[in-house]
Design a protein. Structure first.
Length: 142
């Protein structure tokens, strides 16, 4: 690997922890989603890479209630490893668009960015992406 990143996706519940009001929010659904503790944080500080580099993205669906459908727009995965098993390897024909993980599952996906540019990374569950589970890879020339 030329680069490795870890994206821990989790739900966001606003309010004071441990209160009845927050417990009620948990029953109703998350206020937002985030990667590594911050909603849309990688929009402001994109993850760096270079075109042609092999990048591994470790992912954990921390939940506690929702999973993730991790997707990088414009760069398909050529390797997918999920819950202790390879689903796709670089020698296999084809590619994958999404690393799908249920709550509490983990794995990784590998890709090579084809050219310099900005590549969005999102939870392809669009409700979750629009509510914070999105960011950017900033890919420079080799």
């Amino acid at each position: 690997m030329d680069r490795e990143y870890l994206l821990v996706q989790g739900e966001l519940y606003l309010g004071e922890p441990g209160t009845d009001a927050q417990a009620a929010k948990i029953r109703q659904g998350a206020d937002g989603w985030r990667f590594n503790g911050t909603a849309a944080g990688y929009d402001h500080v994109p993850l760096p890479a270079r075109a042609g580099e092999r990048v591994r993205i470790w992912a954990v669906a921390a939940g506690p209630s929702s999973g993730t459908a991790l997707h990088v727009v414009g760069a398909p995965f050529d390797t997918v490893y999920k819950e202790g098993a390879y689903m796709l390897r670089t020698d296999d024909p084809g590619g994958a668009q999404v690393l799908d993980l249920a709550p509490a599952q983990g794995g990784f996906a590998e890709l090579v960015f084809p050219e310099a540019g900005t590549y969005p990374v999102v939870d392809h569950t669009m409700r979750q992406a629009e509510a914070g589970a999105h960011g950017l890879f900033q890919v420079s020339a080799p």
